[in-house]
Each structure stands twice: as structure tokens, then as C-alpha cells.
Design a protein around this ligand. Structure first.
Ligand code: GLN
Ligand code: ZN
Length: 765
């Protein structure tokens, strides 16, 4: 190639105003026929390509677009429809494609899980009984489409064979290589057809290379990529990695491909270090991921040019591609509609479209020299300085508190055994106490009231009165059901992070800053841009009102610091751990105010601790230590008799069980009913001595559980846990459930608790 090129790895699918989501949901609801749906999707896809072309991107990705998920696309391209769905072979129909993703009346949907350390979820391919065949060459279709309709010679993007199989389930680890060998010829065929069609580049994503993998697996890479190269010798393969540095650098850069894509943003400096140490092959292209594909901050172009200069000492500009660090799937589309964000902050933001501009500017800087982009560089430095100088980033009180942090501050006064005794006396709870996780159904009516209040159609007084009435209604319901520990129901909250973000200093919310989470579901993460500070009580009014209505303990409900951190876009001028501690200090204040107001059980939810785990095992410890510290900082200032609860909604926490213990929470509730056996096994291996509630029924479906099931689940847990430490609760919050089913399910749960209790007493006598 002649000179430095600009490139993109993937563009957000959802559209500027979530047109993609709307079309999907209309189609699923039967409000849009198939033909119009596909037409709309094509328009969105082409528009996105055109946009990238207009911006001036040289290598425009094609095939990154999806109607649901790119991992599902890959599986369907190989005809990997699980046996429980009807499938005749050949190209997978649109109906079957969505059935696999979403389930139908006869078959449950394929499992969904997190895409590496992001909040994007992919559909897990099932390889059992798999006889993979190339039933459709998707990248080829998209390549042709772009060429025919827009005269764009795109760069097809495809999920690589090794990562694809690693992310799949339904085979034994010992069969890994056999699996790879089954798929390699199909990939070869895809490449061959693309080459015939005139494709020049292909981006093969192998993010698995950024995780901890063995040397032996690198050998498999070598064999597979050798075969791919032979199949299409004129097609230039960019082996693309992202989200962290690569291990086995020397081996990876020697693989038989024409280009290597490295992340120079989320690599903690390791990729650059390896590049300097070991050099880079002269005959390969380096695709340098230099613009953060995961966060929303405008770059300091001066700093980026510095990094590029270091890269340039090793790689000639002819062999350099400038690009984002990963697909832009993980950031919102454009800042252009964010009129309400203050200019200082807005000036320092960059969403997908703006990031592509940054790529273009940097490419120009490399091609024509720094001087050519000088004004842009200065403007970027000034914009970031302005935000750094703003009072929002210079709260001296918060910064001083942060500086004076010590370990002692994050410890409870007394160890658990002493607290346990005091709490037992204070609460006088029965054996196997029953409780819920926090939220009760957010009915249509609740949501309507909130919307009206937001539009000022309802006054504060009216809205408060409505929320109070809901709280009262559900306190009465809980009395009637006979639960032991109550909650107020969280009717005043839409989202567990947004609610707190809106009440703390340092957070900004966007109008259209959506990103895809799974399928058509999008989330709008808050932006933590300034020092996080406590302003005023956030949960006190609702909690003490609820407590005033009953003699039973009502749990105060907060979202934990690590969850708030992991579900937000976080400022990158200070360390994430400092931000977590700022949030923790603000929550600590709320915890103290709750306690001062007589609330003696406080639950701090941390459903997102696990998903923040770094990709590399060697970095787990420092992350978990910091997470534990932040949680303890938020919760440790209370009296010994005050009971700290926490909640997590997943069960595969073997990797983090030590961290969970270290949280020193008096009671933890965990989701389990979808994988009961496995979790119990974890407790056989590990000793957990504090209060624990393993969810005894699944809240993800409207189904009311049978008494026997709940009893069985409880008893199974009691095989490994002492009855004295066991709590009975549902898997998670109940906000997505209906009123009737919730009441009925909780009645069953309470009855199951009584039955189990009785049986325990009989056994004892
Ligand atoms: N307290 C929250 C609720 O019940 C917890 C939600 C969660 O775990 N994600 O809704
Ligand atoms: Zn949960």
C-alpha cells in the first residue's frame, strides 16, 4: 500500500436515534412486515457505510452490521442451529435466526453472555451435534452490497475461528483442536470467495489473543492462519485484537498474516513496550488502535501524536493504519443532539462519529506532518484543559478526603462473630429469615406517574404522595405475606445507577447516548466527568417512611460503588480506582444518614463486580482488591449492630469467592436458581461463614414456582450451608414482574421457608 491509511473496526448498529431498535421491535411485534423490515435494515446499514465514506475513512468495515449479534451471525452462517429448533439445513431463515436468539413457544433461547469485559452480550454458539457447513457467506454478501450500491470497496469483518470456538459451548476442552479443524476449511472458503470478488483486505477478529492463552494455542493459530493464507493468497488478512495487550507478542506478530491489529489504549502500555522491545516485521502492516473505542472522551491529539511517533520509529508510515482501539459498537453514535450538555463538558466528548474524525485527523498528521493538523491539536488540548480546570473536577473537599484514605477507614469496628451476636439480639429473626432483593413491580402506572412528573405534569408533592402510597401498599402486602425483612420497593427509581447518578455531583446524563447491550436492548450509561460528591440524602425519605409503617426491619437500598463505576462511562484523567473511592465516600455518607435515621439493615448492591474483572488473570488481584476496598469504604462506618447486606446477580463466582468473603458483608444474596447444582458445588469447596441467601426461585419468568421446587432448592443449599446462616429470597429484584405473580410467588416462598424450618426442627429433636 502506498501510505498510511485510516480505518474503522465496526460501527454502532443502532442508529442515531435507535432506528435499528425500533425497526426490530416493530417487526417482532408484527407491526412491520418482513420485506419492509429488511428494507429498513438495509437503509440503516448503507447509511452507516455512506457516513463513514463521507468522513473519509479509507478502510470501511462491512459485515460488522447485524440484525441481532455478530456471534450469532457467525454461528448461523455455519448452520449451527441448536437441535431444539426446526431447521432443514441450508441458509438459516430470518425466523429461525430470531428464534435462536429469543426462544419460541417450543424451545428456549440460546444462552447469552458478556462479550469479554464489555457490557455487550453475545449469543453463545452451541457446538454439540454440530456439523458445520458454510450455508451462507455473509461477509461476501455485505462486501458485494457495499460495492454495488455505494461503490465502496469495503473491508469485510469476521469473527475469527479460534475466538469463535473459544466462545462457544458444547464440546470438551480436549476436542478444541478437532473443532478448529472442522471450521478452518469453511473459513478458507469464505476467504476464497471474497478474494474472487475482489476484496483486498479482511479483518479477522481474534480478541481471544488479548486474554490469558497458552503457547500451545498459538501453535493452533499458526496452522489455521497458514491454511487461510493459502486459500486466498492475495487477500490481505489483518489479524485484529482488542481490549488488552497481547500475550506471546513475538509469536503473534510472526503469524502468517499481512497485518496485525493492536490496541494501544487498553493495553496498559504493554503493546507499545513489546513493539519497542521486539520490533515489528517489515513485511506486515500495523493497524494501530489509538482512539478509545470503549469510552467517550475526546482525545488529546498531542499525546496521541507522541505515541504514534514512537510507533513510527519502528513501523514505516507505509505500513501503518490508524484506527479506533476496538469496534465503536461500545460507544454512542454522535454528540450532535446533546444540546443540553454544558459546553465545557461537551467540548471534551467524542462519540463514534467524532472518533472517526479523530482517526482522520491523526492519519493526516502522519501523512502530511504535524504542522498540517496543528490547529486541531491545539483545540483538542485546550478543550481537555478546560474540563480539567473546571470546578467540577476540582472539588478540594473530595480530593482531600481521597488523599487521606487509609485501610483502617474501610474496616468495621468489630469482626463478624461479634457483630453477628449483636445483630441476632437486635433483630430477633427466625431461622431461615425471608426477604426480597429490593424492587417490587414497576407497573405501567408507576412508570406513567414518573414520566408525568418528569414533564412537570405532576408536581413534586403529587409525585411524592403517589410513591408513598405505593410504598404503603407494598408494606401491607409484605405484612400479609409474612416476610421477615422488608424493603420499600424502589418505586422512585428507573434504573439503579441512574437514580444515584442524578443525585450525586460529577455525573452527566445524555439525551441519546445509547449503546447496544443485547439484542434490541440498549442502555444509556451515565458519564462520570467530575469529582463525585454527596449533595443531599438520596434514599432517606422513602426508607424512613417505609420503616415508620412496620415493626419489621426495612432494608435501606443503595447501589454499590463498583456497580456504579462499571455501568458508567468514567473519566480517564484520574484512575478508575480513585473514582470508585469517590463514589464510595459519597455512599458512605448516605449509609451514615440512614443509620442516624434508625435504619439498621442496609443493602449495598454490587451486581457488576464480576464483569469488571480484567481480561488477564494477572490483573485480577489488583482489581478485586480495589473493588473490595471501595465496597468496604462505603459500608464500614456503621455500628456493629447494623447489618450490611449485599446482592449479586450471577452464580459463577468461583473466581471471585475470596473477594466476596473479603467484602465482610453480614448478609449476601446471590442469584442461583438457574444453576443450582453448580453453585452448591462451589460451597462444598469453600467455607463461607456469614449470612447468605441463595435465590430459591428464578425471577426472570412470570411463572409462579411450585412449593416443592422452592423447598427442594432450599434444602439443597442446606446440604452445604448451616441453617443458622441461611436466608430465603428470590434470585433478584422483582421490578420486571407483574403484581399478582409476585405476590403468589412470595407466598410460596414464605410457605417453603416455614416447611423447611419445621423439618429442620423435627430433625433436631
Ligand atoms: N436492589 C435491586 C433490585 O431489586 C437489585 C437489582 C440487581 O441486582 N440488578 O432491583
Ligand atoms: Zn440481581
Amino acid at each position: 500500500m502506498s501510505t498510511c491509511k485510516s480505518s474503522n473496526l465496526g460501527y454502532p448498529r443502532i442508529g442515531e436515534k435507535r432506528e435499528w431498535k425500533k425497526a426490530l421491535e416493530q417487526f417482532w411485534a408484527g407491526k412491520l412486515d418482513k420485506e419492509s423490515f429488511l428494507k429498513q435494515m438495509e437503509e440503516i446499514r448503507l447509511q452507516h457505510l455512506q457516513k463513514q465514506k463521507d468522513q473519509g475513512i479509507d478502510l470501511i468495515p462491512v459485515g460488522d452490521f447485524s440484525l441481532y449479534d455478530h456471534v450469532l451471525d457467525t454461528a448461523m452462517m455455519f448452520g449451527l442451529v441448536p437441535n431444539r429448533f426446526e431447521y432443514e439445513g441450508e441458509k438459516v431463515s430470518l425466523e429461525t435466526y430470531f428464534d435462536v436468539a429469543r426462544g419460541n413457544n417450543n424451545a428456549v433461547a440460546a444462552e447469552m453472555t458478556k462479550w469479554f469485559n464489555t457490557n455487550y452480550h453475545y449469543i453463545v454458539p452451541e457446538l454439540d451435534h454440530a456439523v458445520p457447513a458454510l450455508v451462507e457467506n455473509r461477509p461476501l454478501q455485505y462486501f458485494k452490497e457495499a460495492k454495488d450500491k455505494l461503490n465502496i470497496k469495503g473491508k469485510p469483518v469476521i469473527l475469527g475461528p479460534i475466538t469463535f470456538i473459544k466462545l462457544s459451548k458444547g464440546y470438551n476442552a480436549s476436542d478444541f483442536k478437532t473443532m478448529v479443524n472442522q471450521f478452518a476449511p469453511l473459513y478458507a472458503e469464505i476467504l476464497r470467495q471474497l478474494e474472487d470478488e475482489g476484496a483486498e483486505w479482511i479483518q479477522i477478529d481474534e480478541p481471544i489473543l488479548s486474554t490469558t492463552i497458552s503457547k500451545e494455542e498459538i501453535t493452533i493459530f499458526n496452522e489455521v492462519y497458514q491454511a487461510l493464507h493459502h486459500a486466498a493468497p492475495n487477500l490481505k488478512i489483518i489479524l485484529q485484537t482488542y481490549f488488552d495487550s497481547i500475550e506471546h507478542y513475538e509469536d503473534v506478530v510472526s503469524l502468517p498474516v499481512q497485518g496485525i491489529g493492536l490496541d494501544f489504549v487498553h493495553d496498559q502500555g504493554q503493546n507499545l513496550k513489546a513493539l519497542k522491545k521486539y520490533g515489528f516485521p517489515q513485511d506486515k502492516v500495523l493497524a494501530a488502535g489509538i482512539i478509545d473505542g470503549r469510552n467517550i472522551w475526546r482525545v488529546n491529539l498531542y499525546d496521541k501524536l507522541n505515541i504514534l511517533e514512537k510507533i513510527r520509529e519502528i513501523v514505516s508510515k507505509e505500513n501503518l493504519i490508524i484506527q479506533p482501539s476496538s469496534s465503536l459498537l461500545h460507544v454512542p453514535v454522535t454528540i450532535k443532539y446533546e444540546e443540553t450538555i454544558d459546553e465545557t463538558l461537551k467540548g471534551a466528548l467524542s462519540f463514534a462519529d467524532e472518533k472517526l474524525q479523530e482517526v482522520i485527523v491523526l492519519t493526516k498528521g502522519i501523512k502530511e506532518g504535524k504542522e498540517a493538523i496543528e490547529t486541531k491539536v491545539t483545540a483538542s488540548v485546550e478543550a481537555i484543559d478546560r474540563l480539567n480546570q473546571s470546578i467540577d473536577r476540582n472539588n478540594s473537599e473530595v480530593q482531600e478526603a481521597l488523599e487521606s484514605l487509609d485501610t483502617y477507614q474501610a474496616e468495621r469496628q468489630a469482626p463478624f462473630i461479634i457483630r453477628q451476636e449483636l445483630q441476632k439480639q437486635a433483630f430477633q429473626l427466625p431461622l431461615l429469615p425471608t426477604t426480597t432483593i429490593g424492587s417490587f413491580p414497576q407497573t405501567q402506572e408507576v412508570r406513567k406517574h414518573r414520566q408525568k412528573w418528569r414533564k412537570a405534569e405532576l408536581s413534586d408533592v403529587e409525585y411524592d404522595a403517589y410513591i408513598k402510597a405505593e410504598i404503603k401498599k407494598w408494606i401491607d402486602i409484605q405484612e400479609e405475606i409474612g416476610l421477615d425483612v422488608f424493603v420499600h420497593g424502589e418505586f422512585e427509581r428507573t434504573d439503579m445507577v441512574e437514580y444515584f447518578g442524578e443525585k450525586l455531583a460529577g455525573f452527566q446524563f445524555t439525551k441519546l447516548g445509547w449503546v447496544q447491550s443485547y439484542g434490541s436492548r440498549c442502555v444509556k450509561p451515565p458519564i462520570i466527568y467530575g469529582d463525585v460528591a454527596y449533595i443531599e440524602p438520596m434514599t432517606i425519605a422513602e426508607t424512613i417512611y417505609a420503616q415508620s409503617l412496620t415493626k419489621r426491619p426495612v432494608k435501606g437500598m443503595l447501589t454499590g460503588p463498583v456497580t456504579i463505576l462499571n455501568w458508567s462511562f468514567v473519566r480517564d484523567d484520574i484512575s478508575r480506582y480513585d473514582v470508585a473511592n469517590q463514589i464510595a465516600l459519597a455512599l458512605r455518607k448516605e449509609v451514615e444518614v440512614l443509620e442516624e435515621n434508625g435504619i439498621r439493615m442496609i443493602q449495598v448492591d454490587e451486581p457488576a463486580i464480576r464483569e469488571g474483572l480484567p481480561l488477564k488473570r494477572e490483573n485480577w488481584e489488583s482489581y478485586l482488591n480495589a473493588a473490595v476496598y471501595a465496597f468496604k469504604l462505603a459500608t464500614s462506618s456503621v455500628q456493629n449492630g447494623t447489618q450490611i447486606h449485599t446482592h449479586m446477580c450471577y452464580s459463577d463466582f468461583e473466581a471471585i469467592i475470596d473477594a466476596i468473603k473479603a467484602l465482610d458483608a453480614d448478609v449476601i444474596s446471590i442469584e442461583t436458581s438457574r444453576s443450582h447444582g453448580e453453585l452448591i458445588y462451589a460451597f462444598e469447596e469453600n467455607t463461607y461463614d456469614k449470612g447468605i441467601g441463595l435465590g430459591v426461585y428464578d425471577i426472570h419468568s412470570p411463572r409462579v414456582p411450585k412449593l416443592e421446587e422452592v423447598v427442594r432448592n432450599s434444602k439443597r443449599a442446606l446440604q452445604v450451608l448451616d441453617p443458622k446462616q441461611f436466608w430465603i429470597n428470590p434470585d433478584c429484584g422483582l421490578k420486571t414482574r407483574g403484581v399478582e405473580e409476585t405476590i403468589n410467588a412470595l407466598k410460596v416462598m414464605v410457605e417453603a421457608a416455614e416447611q423447611t424450618r419445621e423439618q429442620l426442627l423435627v430433625k433436631k429433636n
